[in-house]
Design a protein around this ligand. Structure first.
Ligand code: NAI
Ligand code: MG
Length: 497
Protein backbone atom coordinates (compact mmCIF):
# COMPACT_ATOMS: atom_id res chain seq x y z
CA UNK A 1 0.00 0.00 0.00
CA UNK A 2 1.19 3.45 -0.99
CA UNK A 3 1.06 6.05 1.82
CA UNK A 4 -1.25 8.27 -0.17
CA UNK A 5 -3.49 5.90 -2.16
CA UNK A 6 -4.65 2.32 -1.85
CA UNK A 7 -7.07 0.03 -3.66
CA UNK A 8 -10.11 -0.99 -1.63
CA UNK A 9 -12.53 -3.71 -2.59
CA UNK A 10 -16.02 -3.77 -1.08
CA UNK A 11 -18.87 -6.15 -1.98
CA UNK A 12 -20.24 -3.48 -4.37
CA UNK A 13 -17.21 -1.52 -5.61
CA UNK A 14 -13.46 -1.68 -6.17
CA UNK A 15 -11.83 1.74 -6.18
CA UNK A 16 -8.78 3.85 -5.47
CA UNK A 17 -8.95 5.42 -1.99
CA UNK A 18 -6.93 8.59 -1.29
CA UNK A 19 -5.33 8.62 2.18
CA UNK A 20 -3.52 11.97 2.24
CA UNK A 21 -4.48 15.44 3.35
CA UNK A 22 -6.03 17.32 0.41
CA UNK A 23 -4.40 20.75 0.37
CA UNK A 24 -4.02 22.93 -2.74
CA UNK A 25 -5.61 20.19 -4.89
CA UNK A 26 -2.89 17.66 -3.97
CA UNK A 27 -2.91 14.72 -1.58
CA UNK A 28 0.07 14.95 0.72
CA UNK A 29 1.47 13.56 3.94
CA UNK A 30 0.94 15.11 7.35
CA UNK A 31 3.85 17.29 8.49
CA UNK A 32 4.24 15.18 11.63
CA UNK A 33 4.26 11.98 9.57
CA UNK A 34 1.46 10.65 11.79
CA UNK A 35 -1.40 8.52 10.54
CA UNK A 36 -4.44 6.97 12.20
CA UNK A 37 -6.57 3.93 11.50
CA UNK A 38 -10.19 3.97 10.55
CA UNK A 39 -12.27 0.99 11.69
CA UNK A 40 -15.00 -0.96 9.95
CA UNK A 41 -17.72 -1.06 12.62
CA UNK A 42 -19.27 -4.21 11.15
CA UNK A 43 -16.11 -6.28 11.70
CA UNK A 44 -14.34 -4.11 14.33
CA UNK A 45 -11.22 -4.41 12.13
CA UNK A 46 -9.10 -1.58 10.69
CA UNK A 47 -9.78 -0.65 7.06
CA UNK A 48 -6.76 1.56 6.31
CA UNK A 49 -4.68 4.33 7.87
CA UNK A 50 -5.02 7.93 6.73
CA UNK A 51 -2.75 10.93 7.27
CA UNK A 52 -3.45 12.80 10.50
CA UNK A 53 -3.51 16.61 10.39
CA UNK A 54 -2.23 18.71 13.27
CA UNK A 55 -1.90 22.49 13.76
CA UNK A 56 0.82 22.81 11.14
CA UNK A 57 -1.27 21.10 8.48
CA UNK A 58 -4.27 23.26 9.38
CA UNK A 59 -1.99 26.29 8.92
CA UNK A 60 -0.92 25.01 5.51
CA UNK A 61 -4.52 24.45 4.46
CA UNK A 62 -5.52 27.93 5.66
CA UNK A 63 -2.64 29.50 3.72
CA UNK A 64 -3.66 27.64 0.56
CA UNK A 65 -7.25 28.75 1.06
CA UNK A 66 -6.25 32.40 1.64
CA UNK A 67 -4.10 32.40 -1.46
CA UNK A 68 -6.98 31.07 -3.55
CA UNK A 69 -9.42 33.54 -2.00
CA UNK A 70 -7.20 36.50 -2.83
CA UNK A 71 -6.08 35.13 -6.18
CA UNK A 72 -7.51 32.62 -8.62
CA UNK A 73 -10.95 32.39 -6.98
CA UNK A 74 -11.51 36.14 -7.42
CA UNK A 75 -11.38 35.68 -11.18
CA UNK A 76 -14.04 32.99 -11.29
CA UNK A 77 -17.50 34.34 -12.11
CA UNK A 78 -20.50 33.38 -9.97
CA UNK A 79 -21.90 31.38 -12.91
CA UNK A 80 -18.67 29.42 -13.20
CA UNK A 81 -18.70 28.67 -9.47
CA UNK A 82 -22.18 27.28 -10.07
CA UNK A 83 -20.95 25.26 -13.03
CA UNK A 84 -18.20 23.69 -10.88
CA UNK A 85 -20.69 22.75 -8.17
CA UNK A 86 -23.08 21.18 -10.65
CA UNK A 87 -20.17 19.31 -12.27
CA UNK A 88 -19.23 18.04 -8.80
CA UNK A 89 -22.85 16.90 -8.35
CA UNK A 90 -22.62 15.01 -11.67
CA UNK A 91 -19.41 13.31 -10.51
CA UNK A 92 -21.08 12.29 -7.23
CA UNK A 93 -23.83 10.66 -9.28
CA UNK A 94 -21.33 8.98 -11.62
CA UNK A 95 -19.50 7.53 -8.60
CA UNK A 96 -22.51 7.00 -6.35
CA UNK A 97 -21.88 3.25 -5.98
CA UNK A 98 -18.34 3.97 -4.80
CA UNK A 99 -19.29 6.77 -2.41
CA UNK A 100 -22.13 4.69 -0.95
CA UNK A 101 -19.85 1.68 -0.53
CA UNK A 102 -17.35 3.84 1.35
CA UNK A 103 -20.11 5.02 3.70
CA UNK A 104 -21.22 1.44 4.39
CA UNK A 105 -17.64 0.31 4.99
CA UNK A 106 -16.48 3.20 7.17
CA UNK A 107 -19.69 4.17 8.97
CA UNK A 108 -21.65 0.89 8.92
CA UNK A 109 -24.84 2.27 7.39
CA UNK A 110 -26.92 0.08 5.07
CA UNK A 111 -25.80 0.39 1.45
CA UNK A 112 -29.38 1.05 0.32
CA UNK A 113 -29.55 4.00 2.76
CA UNK A 114 -26.07 5.20 1.82
CA UNK A 115 -27.19 5.43 -1.80
CA UNK A 116 -29.92 7.83 -0.65
CA UNK A 117 -27.33 9.87 1.28
CA UNK A 118 -25.20 10.20 -1.86
CA UNK A 119 -28.22 11.22 -3.94
CA UNK A 120 -29.04 13.85 -1.31
CA UNK A 121 -25.44 15.07 -1.29
CA UNK A 122 -25.38 15.40 -5.09
CA UNK A 123 -28.77 17.12 -5.09
CA UNK A 124 -27.59 19.57 -2.45
CA UNK A 125 -24.44 20.47 -4.41
CA UNK A 126 -26.50 21.00 -7.57
CA UNK A 127 -29.07 23.08 -5.66
CA UNK A 128 -26.34 25.41 -4.40
CA UNK A 129 -24.75 25.46 -7.83
CA UNK A 130 -28.05 26.99 -8.95
CA UNK A 131 -27.82 29.69 -6.27
CA UNK A 132 -24.29 30.78 -7.19
CA UNK A 133 -25.34 33.55 -9.59
CA UNK A 134 -28.56 34.51 -7.81
CA UNK A 135 -27.25 36.06 -4.61
CA UNK A 136 -27.04 39.83 -4.74
CA UNK A 137 -27.68 42.98 -2.81
CA UNK A 138 -30.11 45.87 -3.05
CA UNK A 139 -30.01 49.45 -4.27
CA UNK A 140 -31.44 51.68 -1.58
CA UNK A 141 -32.97 55.08 -2.22
CA UNK A 142 -31.53 57.28 0.55
CA UNK A 143 -31.36 60.81 -0.96
CA UNK A 144 -30.91 62.41 -4.40
CA UNK A 145 -27.22 63.06 -3.80
CA UNK A 146 -26.23 59.43 -3.19
CA UNK A 147 -26.21 56.06 -4.75
CA UNK A 148 -26.47 53.53 -1.95
CA UNK A 149 -26.27 49.81 -2.52
CA UNK A 150 -25.37 46.60 -0.72
CA UNK A 151 -23.12 43.75 -1.75
CA UNK A 152 -23.45 40.23 -0.36
CA UNK A 153 -19.80 39.31 -0.10
CA UNK A 154 -18.21 36.01 0.89
CA UNK A 155 -16.82 35.85 4.43
CA UNK A 156 -13.47 34.36 3.40
CA UNK A 157 -11.82 31.24 4.79
CA UNK A 158 -14.45 28.95 6.28
CA UNK A 159 -13.45 26.21 8.71
CA UNK A 160 -15.96 23.37 8.67
CA UNK A 161 -16.02 20.53 11.18
CA UNK A 162 -18.33 17.62 10.43
CA UNK A 163 -19.48 14.47 12.26
CA UNK A 164 -19.55 10.79 11.33
CA UNK A 165 -23.28 10.04 11.18
CA UNK A 166 -23.82 11.29 7.59
CA UNK A 167 -20.25 11.83 6.38
CA UNK A 168 -20.80 12.62 2.71
CA UNK A 169 -24.07 14.47 3.25
CA UNK A 170 -22.54 16.72 5.92
CA UNK A 171 -19.59 17.36 3.59
CA UNK A 172 -21.97 18.55 0.87
CA UNK A 173 -24.30 20.53 3.16
CA UNK A 174 -21.25 22.45 4.35
CA UNK A 175 -19.36 22.91 1.09
CA UNK A 176 -22.36 23.67 -1.16
CA UNK A 177 -23.51 26.98 0.37
CA UNK A 178 -19.98 28.13 1.31
CA UNK A 179 -18.63 27.74 -2.21
CA UNK A 180 -21.77 28.96 -3.99
CA UNK A 181 -21.32 32.46 -2.59
CA UNK A 182 -17.56 32.60 -3.15
CA UNK A 183 -15.91 31.45 0.08
CA UNK A 184 -12.99 29.04 0.37
CA UNK A 185 -13.00 26.07 2.70
CA UNK A 186 -10.91 23.99 5.07
CA UNK A 187 -13.11 21.05 6.06
CA UNK A 188 -12.24 18.47 8.70
CA UNK A 189 -13.98 15.13 8.51
CA UNK A 190 -14.74 13.07 11.62
CA UNK A 191 -11.97 10.75 12.79
CA UNK A 192 -14.35 7.76 12.68
CA UNK A 193 -15.22 8.30 8.99
CA UNK A 194 -12.49 10.04 6.99
CA UNK A 195 -12.75 8.04 3.76
CA UNK A 196 -15.71 9.44 1.78
CA UNK A 197 -14.58 13.04 2.27
CA UNK A 198 -11.17 12.17 0.83
CA UNK A 199 -12.70 10.40 -2.15
CA UNK A 200 -14.89 13.47 -2.74
CA UNK A 201 -11.74 15.64 -2.55
CA UNK A 202 -10.47 13.80 -5.61
CA UNK A 203 -13.67 14.84 -7.39
CA UNK A 204 -13.09 18.48 -6.36
CA UNK A 205 -10.02 18.51 -8.56
CA UNK A 206 -11.81 16.74 -11.40
CA UNK A 207 -14.70 19.24 -11.23
CA UNK A 208 -12.24 22.02 -12.03
CA UNK A 209 -12.00 23.98 -8.78
CA UNK A 210 -8.78 26.02 -8.59
CA UNK A 211 -6.18 24.80 -6.05
CA UNK A 212 -6.85 25.87 -2.46
CA UNK A 213 -10.57 26.57 -2.84
CA UNK A 214 -11.58 23.35 -1.07
CA UNK A 215 -9.12 21.69 1.33
CA UNK A 216 -10.09 18.44 3.05
CA UNK A 217 -8.23 17.20 6.09
CA UNK A 218 -8.52 14.13 8.30
CA UNK A 219 -7.73 14.41 11.98
CA UNK A 220 -8.89 14.44 15.57
CA UNK A 221 -11.19 16.99 17.14
CA UNK A 222 -8.99 17.98 20.05
CA UNK A 223 -6.04 18.68 17.70
CA UNK A 224 -7.11 19.58 14.14
CA UNK A 225 -10.66 20.60 15.13
CA UNK A 226 -9.41 22.83 17.94
CA UNK A 227 -6.80 24.35 15.59
CA UNK A 228 -9.59 25.31 13.18
CA UNK A 229 -11.89 26.85 15.78
CA UNK A 230 -9.10 28.92 17.35
CA UNK A 231 -7.28 29.89 14.12
CA UNK A 232 -6.67 33.63 13.68
CA UNK A 233 -7.01 33.50 9.88
CA UNK A 234 -10.21 31.49 9.66
CA UNK A 235 -13.10 33.91 9.27
CA UNK A 236 -16.01 31.61 9.95
CA UNK A 237 -16.49 28.19 11.51
CA UNK A 238 -19.42 25.87 10.89
CA UNK A 239 -19.72 22.91 13.23
CA UNK A 240 -22.00 19.89 13.43
CA UNK A 241 -21.68 17.53 16.39
CA UNK A 242 -22.22 17.36 20.13
CA UNK A 243 -23.48 20.28 22.21
CA UNK A 244 -20.43 19.82 24.45
CA UNK A 245 -17.99 20.44 21.61
CA UNK A 246 -20.24 23.11 20.08
CA UNK A 247 -19.73 25.17 23.24
CA UNK A 248 -15.97 24.69 22.95
CA UNK A 249 -16.00 25.87 19.34
CA UNK A 250 -17.97 28.98 20.30
CA UNK A 251 -15.54 29.71 23.16
CA UNK A 252 -12.51 29.21 20.92
CA UNK A 253 -13.99 31.62 18.38
CA UNK A 254 -14.61 34.19 21.12
CA UNK A 255 -11.10 33.82 22.51
CA UNK A 256 -9.38 34.04 19.12
CA UNK A 257 -10.63 36.33 16.35
CA UNK A 258 -14.42 36.37 16.90
CA UNK A 259 -14.88 34.32 13.77
CA UNK A 260 -18.54 33.91 12.81
CA UNK A 261 -19.98 30.68 14.22
CA UNK A 262 -22.82 28.42 13.18
CA UNK A 263 -23.61 25.31 15.19
CA UNK A 264 -25.82 22.35 14.43
CA UNK A 265 -25.96 20.30 17.62
CA UNK A 266 -27.89 17.62 19.39
CA UNK A 267 -31.53 16.98 20.08
CA UNK A 268 -34.03 15.03 22.14
CA UNK A 269 -36.95 15.43 19.84
CA UNK A 270 -40.53 14.64 20.86
CA UNK A 271 -42.71 12.63 18.50
CA UNK A 272 -46.28 13.28 19.66
CA UNK A 273 -49.12 10.90 18.80
CA UNK A 274 -52.68 11.99 19.53
CA UNK A 275 -55.65 9.66 20.08
CA UNK A 276 -57.09 10.57 16.69
CA UNK A 277 -53.91 9.81 14.69
CA UNK A 278 -53.81 7.24 11.89
CA UNK A 279 -52.12 4.65 14.08
CA UNK A 280 -50.52 2.62 11.27
CA UNK A 281 -48.99 5.73 9.82
CA UNK A 282 -47.84 6.97 13.24
CA UNK A 283 -46.19 3.63 14.05
CA UNK A 284 -44.31 3.54 10.73
CA UNK A 285 -42.99 7.07 11.17
CA UNK A 286 -42.19 6.56 14.84
CA UNK A 287 -40.14 3.50 13.89
CA UNK A 288 -38.35 5.33 11.09
CA UNK A 289 -38.03 8.42 13.28
CA UNK A 290 -35.86 6.70 15.86
CA UNK A 291 -34.30 3.66 14.18
CA UNK A 292 -33.25 5.23 10.86
CA UNK A 293 -29.45 5.43 10.69
CA UNK A 294 -29.31 3.31 13.89
CA UNK A 295 -30.61 6.24 15.92
CA UNK A 296 -27.55 8.29 15.03
CA UNK A 297 -29.49 11.34 13.86
CA UNK A 298 -29.39 14.72 15.55
CA UNK A 299 -33.13 15.04 14.89
CA UNK A 300 -34.04 11.45 15.91
CA UNK A 301 -37.54 11.10 17.36
CA UNK A 302 -36.13 9.73 20.58
CA UNK A 303 -39.10 10.58 22.83
CA UNK A 304 -42.44 9.20 21.71
CA UNK A 305 -45.35 10.81 23.57
CA UNK A 306 -48.66 8.99 23.19
CA UNK A 307 -52.09 10.16 24.33
CA UNK A 308 -53.64 7.94 26.99
CA UNK A 309 -56.58 6.72 24.86
CA UNK A 310 -54.35 4.80 22.43
CA UNK A 311 -51.20 4.46 24.54
CA UNK A 312 -51.46 0.74 25.33
CA UNK A 313 -52.54 -0.22 21.80
CA UNK A 314 -49.73 1.89 20.33
CA UNK A 315 -47.09 0.36 22.61
CA UNK A 316 -48.19 -3.20 21.83
CA UNK A 317 -48.00 -2.59 18.07
CA UNK A 318 -44.89 -0.43 18.16
CA UNK A 319 -42.99 -3.16 20.06
CA UNK A 320 -43.81 -5.62 17.29
CA UNK A 321 -42.75 -3.16 14.63
CA UNK A 322 -39.42 -2.35 16.32
CA UNK A 323 -38.57 -6.02 16.75
CA UNK A 324 -39.01 -6.53 12.99
CA UNK A 325 -36.23 -4.16 11.93
CA UNK A 326 -33.58 -6.24 10.26
CA UNK A 327 -30.07 -5.89 11.64
CA UNK A 328 -27.07 -7.16 9.77
CA UNK A 329 -24.29 -6.59 7.29
CA UNK A 330 -24.74 -3.18 5.66
CA UNK A 331 -24.06 -4.68 2.22
CA UNK A 332 -26.97 -7.13 2.55
CA UNK A 333 -29.85 -5.54 0.61
CA UNK A 334 -32.44 -6.46 3.25
CA UNK A 335 -30.54 -4.77 6.09
CA UNK A 336 -32.21 -1.74 7.68
CA UNK A 337 -29.95 -1.31 10.71
CA UNK A 338 -26.18 -1.72 10.75
CA UNK A 339 -23.71 -1.37 13.61
CA UNK A 340 -23.16 1.79 15.67
CA UNK A 341 -20.18 3.74 14.37
CA UNK A 342 -17.58 2.92 17.02
CA UNK A 343 -16.77 1.05 20.20
CA UNK A 344 -17.02 4.34 22.10
CA UNK A 345 -20.52 5.11 20.80
CA UNK A 346 -21.55 1.48 21.46
CA UNK A 347 -20.34 1.79 25.06
CA UNK A 348 -22.06 5.15 25.58
CA UNK A 349 -25.38 3.77 24.36
CA UNK A 350 -25.17 0.58 26.42
CA UNK A 351 -24.45 2.76 29.46
CA UNK A 352 -27.64 4.74 28.81
CA UNK A 353 -29.59 1.49 28.49
CA UNK A 354 -28.24 0.41 31.89
CA UNK A 355 -29.20 3.78 33.33
CA UNK A 356 -32.75 3.38 32.04
CA UNK A 357 -33.00 -0.04 33.67
CA UNK A 358 -31.58 1.29 36.95
CA UNK A 359 -33.87 4.33 36.92
CA UNK A 360 -36.88 1.99 36.87
CA UNK A 361 -38.01 2.24 33.25
CA UNK A 362 -39.24 -0.96 31.61
CA UNK A 363 -37.39 -2.48 28.64
CA UNK A 364 -40.32 -3.36 26.37
CA UNK A 365 -38.09 -4.50 23.49
CA UNK A 366 -34.36 -5.06 23.05
CA UNK A 367 -31.93 -3.64 25.56
CA UNK A 368 -28.97 -5.85 24.63
CA UNK A 369 -26.12 -6.17 22.20
CA UNK A 370 -27.03 -7.89 18.94
CA UNK A 371 -24.70 -10.74 17.92
CA UNK A 372 -21.06 -11.08 18.93
CA UNK A 373 -19.16 -9.21 16.22
CA UNK A 374 -19.62 -5.56 15.23
CA UNK A 375 -21.11 -2.72 17.27
CA UNK A 376 -24.73 -3.85 16.85
CA UNK A 377 -27.39 -2.90 19.40
CA UNK A 378 -30.95 -4.25 19.43
CA UNK A 379 -33.69 -1.73 18.69
CA UNK A 380 -34.66 -0.77 22.23
CA UNK A 381 -37.96 0.61 23.52
CA UNK A 382 -38.38 1.88 27.08
CA UNK A 383 -41.82 2.32 28.63
CA UNK A 384 -42.83 3.57 32.12
CA UNK A 385 -40.61 6.56 31.53
CA UNK A 386 -40.76 9.83 33.50
CA UNK A 387 -39.59 13.13 32.09
CA UNK A 388 -36.95 13.60 34.80
CA UNK A 389 -35.15 10.35 33.95
CA UNK A 390 -31.76 10.66 32.30
CA UNK A 391 -32.94 8.57 29.33
CA UNK A 392 -35.72 11.12 28.72
CA UNK A 393 -33.45 14.17 28.99
CA UNK A 394 -30.11 13.33 27.37
CA UNK A 395 -29.30 12.56 23.76
CA UNK A 396 -28.50 8.83 23.49
CA UNK A 397 -27.70 8.82 19.76
CA UNK A 398 -28.49 5.17 19.31
CA UNK A 399 -31.44 2.83 18.61
CA UNK A 400 -33.11 3.62 21.92
CA UNK A 401 -36.49 5.31 22.35
CA UNK A 402 -38.61 6.22 25.34
CA UNK A 403 -42.41 6.12 25.31
CA UNK A 404 -44.38 8.40 27.64
CA UNK A 405 -48.12 8.86 28.17
CA UNK A 406 -49.91 12.23 28.13
CA UNK A 407 -53.47 13.33 28.95
CA UNK A 408 -54.17 16.35 26.77
CA UNK A 409 -52.72 18.85 24.33
CA UNK A 410 -51.34 21.12 27.05
CA UNK A 411 -49.46 18.26 28.68
CA UNK A 412 -48.08 17.07 25.33
CA UNK A 413 -46.67 20.54 24.65
CA UNK A 414 -45.29 20.85 28.15
CA UNK A 415 -43.47 17.49 28.05
CA UNK A 416 -42.45 18.10 24.47
CA UNK A 417 -40.69 21.33 25.38
CA UNK A 418 -39.09 20.19 28.62
CA UNK A 419 -35.53 19.47 27.53
CA UNK A 420 -32.55 21.75 26.82
CA UNK A 421 -32.85 20.92 23.17
CA UNK A 422 -35.04 22.26 20.38
CA UNK A 423 -33.99 20.68 17.13
CA UNK A 424 -37.09 18.89 15.86
CA UNK A 425 -40.51 17.58 16.83
CA UNK A 426 -43.45 15.81 15.25
CA UNK A 427 -47.22 15.74 15.67
CA UNK A 428 -49.48 12.92 14.54
CA UNK A 429 -53.20 13.78 14.37
CA UNK A 430 -56.00 13.91 11.81
CA UNK A 431 -57.22 17.22 13.25
CA UNK A 432 -55.65 20.08 11.28
CA UNK A 433 -56.28 22.61 14.04
CA UNK A 434 -54.53 20.45 16.63
CA UNK A 435 -51.63 19.90 14.24
CA UNK A 436 -51.09 23.60 13.61
CA UNK A 437 -51.68 24.72 17.23
CA UNK A 438 -49.25 22.16 18.62
CA UNK A 439 -46.61 22.71 15.94
CA UNK A 440 -46.74 26.45 16.68
CA UNK A 441 -46.26 25.80 20.40
CA UNK A 442 -43.32 23.43 20.06
CA UNK A 443 -39.94 25.10 20.53
CA UNK A 444 -38.14 23.36 17.69
CA UNK A 445 -36.46 24.32 14.43
CA UNK A 446 -38.34 21.69 12.42
CA UNK A 447 -41.81 20.23 13.02
CA UNK A 448 -43.09 17.28 11.07
CA UNK A 449 -46.83 16.69 10.79
CA UNK A 450 -47.85 13.07 10.18
CA UNK A 451 -44.34 12.09 9.10
CA UNK A 452 -40.78 12.15 10.45
CA UNK A 453 -37.16 12.76 9.44
CA UNK A 454 -38.01 14.28 6.07
CA UNK A 455 -35.29 16.79 5.26
CA UNK A 456 -35.05 18.60 1.95
CA UNK A 457 -32.01 20.60 0.98
CA UNK A 458 -34.34 23.35 -0.30
CA UNK A 459 -35.67 24.00 3.22
CA UNK A 460 -33.77 25.28 6.26
CA UNK A 461 -32.67 23.00 9.09
CA UNK A 462 -31.33 23.96 12.51
CA UNK A 463 -32.05 24.32 16.18
CA UNK A 464 -33.86 26.37 18.80
CA UNK A 465 -32.41 26.51 22.33
CA UNK A 466 -29.24 24.46 22.88
CA UNK A 467 -29.61 22.65 19.56
CA UNK A 468 -27.68 25.26 17.67
CA UNK A 469 -27.11 28.63 16.12
CA UNK A 470 -27.97 29.48 12.51
CA UNK A 471 -29.56 27.42 9.78
CA UNK A 472 -28.22 25.03 7.21
CA UNK A 473 -29.80 24.29 3.82
CA UNK A 474 -32.18 26.29 1.69
CA UNK A 475 -31.59 29.94 0.88
CA UNK A 476 -31.25 30.59 4.64
CA UNK A 477 -27.84 28.88 4.75
CA UNK A 478 -26.49 31.46 2.32
CA UNK A 479 -26.97 34.16 4.95
CA UNK A 480 -24.46 32.36 7.16
CA UNK A 481 -21.85 32.46 4.40
CA UNK A 482 -22.16 36.06 3.26
CA UNK A 483 -21.55 39.40 4.90
CA UNK A 484 -23.26 42.56 3.83
CA UNK A 485 -21.33 45.59 2.67
CA UNK A 486 -23.12 48.93 2.31
CA UNK A 487 -21.67 51.33 -0.25
CA UNK A 488 -22.55 55.05 -0.28
CA UNK A 489 -21.55 56.76 -3.50
CA UNK A 490 -21.67 60.55 -3.65
CA UNK A 491 -23.48 61.80 -6.75
CA UNK A 492 -24.11 65.46 -6.15
CA UNK A 493 -22.63 68.26 -4.11
CA UNK A 494 -21.19 67.48 -0.71
CA UNK A 495 -23.78 68.00 2.02
CA UNK A 496 -21.24 69.30 4.54
CA UNK A 497 -19.08 71.54 2.35
P1 NAI B 1 -18.05 15.32 18.66
O1 NAI B 1 -18.85 16.55 18.84
O2 NAI B 1 -16.88 15.08 19.54
O3 NAI B 1 -17.52 15.22 17.14
C1 NAI B 1 -18.02 15.94 16.05
C2 NAI B 1 -16.88 16.60 15.29
O4 NAI B 1 -16.24 17.52 16.16
C3 NAI B 1 -15.77 15.65 14.83
O5 NAI B 1 -15.27 16.07 13.59
C4 NAI B 1 -14.71 15.85 15.90
O6 NAI B 1 -13.41 15.55 15.43
C5 NAI B 1 -14.85 17.32 16.19
N1 NAI B 1 -14.32 17.75 17.48
C6 NAI B 1 -14.22 17.03 18.63
N2 NAI B 1 -13.66 17.76 19.61
C7 NAI B 1 -13.38 18.97 19.08
C8 NAI B 1 -12.80 20.17 19.59
N3 NAI B 1 -12.36 20.25 20.84
N4 NAI B 1 -12.70 21.24 18.78
C9 NAI B 1 -13.15 21.19 17.51
N5 NAI B 1 -13.68 20.08 16.97
C10 NAI B 1 -13.81 18.98 17.73
O7 NAI B 1 -19.05 14.11 18.79
P2 NAI B 1 -18.73 12.56 19.08
O8 NAI B 1 -17.84 12.41 20.27
O9 NAI B 1 -18.32 11.91 17.85
O10 NAI B 1 -20.18 12.07 19.50
C11 NAI B 1 -20.65 12.34 20.81
C12 NAI B 1 -22.10 12.72 20.81
O11 NAI B 1 -22.29 13.88 20.03
C13 NAI B 1 -23.04 11.72 20.17
O12 NAI B 1 -23.37 10.68 21.06
C14 NAI B 1 -24.20 12.59 19.84
O13 NAI B 1 -24.98 12.78 20.98
C15 NAI B 1 -23.57 13.90 19.44
N6 NAI B 1 -23.42 14.05 17.98
C16 NAI B 1 -24.32 14.82 17.31
C17 NAI B 1 -24.25 14.92 15.95
C18 NAI B 1 -25.21 15.74 15.18
O14 NAI B 1 -25.53 15.39 14.04
N7 NAI B 1 -25.68 16.87 15.69
C19 NAI B 1 -23.26 14.18 15.16
C20 NAI B 1 -22.31 13.44 15.96
C21 NAI B 1 -22.42 13.39 17.32
MG1 MG C 1 -14.76 4.04 10.43
Amino acid sequence: MDDLFTTIETPTAKYEQPLGLFINNEFRKARSGRTFQTINPTTEKPIVSVQEADEQDVDDAVKAAQEAFNGSWQKVTPSDRGRMLTKLADLFERDSDILAAIESLDNGKAFTMAKIDVANAAGCLRYYGGWADKVHGQTIDTNPESLTYTRHEPIGVCGQIIPWNFPIMMWSWKIGPAIAVGNVVVIKTAEQTPLSGLYAAKLIKEAGFPPGVVNVISGFGSIAGAAISSHMDIDKVAFTGSTLVGRMVLQAAAKSNLKKVTLELGGKSPNIVFDDADIDNAISWANFGIFFNHGQCCCAGSRILVQEGIHDKFVARFKERAAQNKLGNPFDSSTFQGPQVSQLQFDRIMEYIDHGKNEGATVAVGGERHGTEGYFIQPTVFTDVHQDMKIAQEEIFGPVVTVQKFKDEAEAISIGNSTRYGLAAAVHTKNVNTAIRVSNALRAGTVWINNYNLINYQAPFGGFKESGIGRELGSYALENYTQIKTVHYQLGDALFA
